[in-house]
Design a protein around this ligand. Structure first.
Ligand code: ZN
Length: 138
């Protein structure tokens, strides 16, 4: 890599590039193909499929563990974080706290996971970050 190409690589993204990144993430967030925004991203709960509308192969973008990682991060901040600042929760009956908290965490996790994974796939699409065709991890 020459010095000039390294400089070009490190430049901040242009407004159109940022727009493409945000658009790809937005489309993935709502479960649509990041390439066209029309076709579905998933054929099952988390199973990525090639786009039925434009034919783009969305399976080439590997979100790997980023989806669960950011989902856990979000759910932790949304549910667990506020609990630490509410002392009445720690005085409530254990069965009540567990009975309300665990279903909340489960539902929130199941709702957020495909959206977060879709946003990551949209980001990979915008950055043209394709996974290894052999499927091997680094
Ligand atoms: Zn498409």
């Amino acid at each position: 890599m020459t010095g000039q190409s390294l400089t070009q690589t490190l430049e901040t993204p242009t407004a159109s590039r940022r727009g493409q990144i945000l658009e790809g993430m937005r489309r993935g967030l709502i479960g649509r193909c990041p390439n066209c925004g029309q076709g579905k991203l998933y054929r099952a709960y988390l199973k990525v499929t090639p786009c039925q509308a434009c034919g783009h192969d969305n399976t080439q973008y590997h979100a790997d563990d980023a989806g669960p990682y950011f989902t856990i991060l979000l759910v932790g901040h949304i549910v667990i974080g506020p609990m630490l600042f509410m002392p009445f929760i720690w005085r409530a009956p254990t069965a009540l706290v567990i009975g309300t908290t665990l279903p909340t965490i489960a539902v929130l996790t199941l709702l957020l996971l495909p959206r977060v994974k879709g946003a990551i796939i949209g980001l990979h699409w915008a950055l043209n970050c394709k996974g290894d065709p052999s499927g091997e991890a680094f």
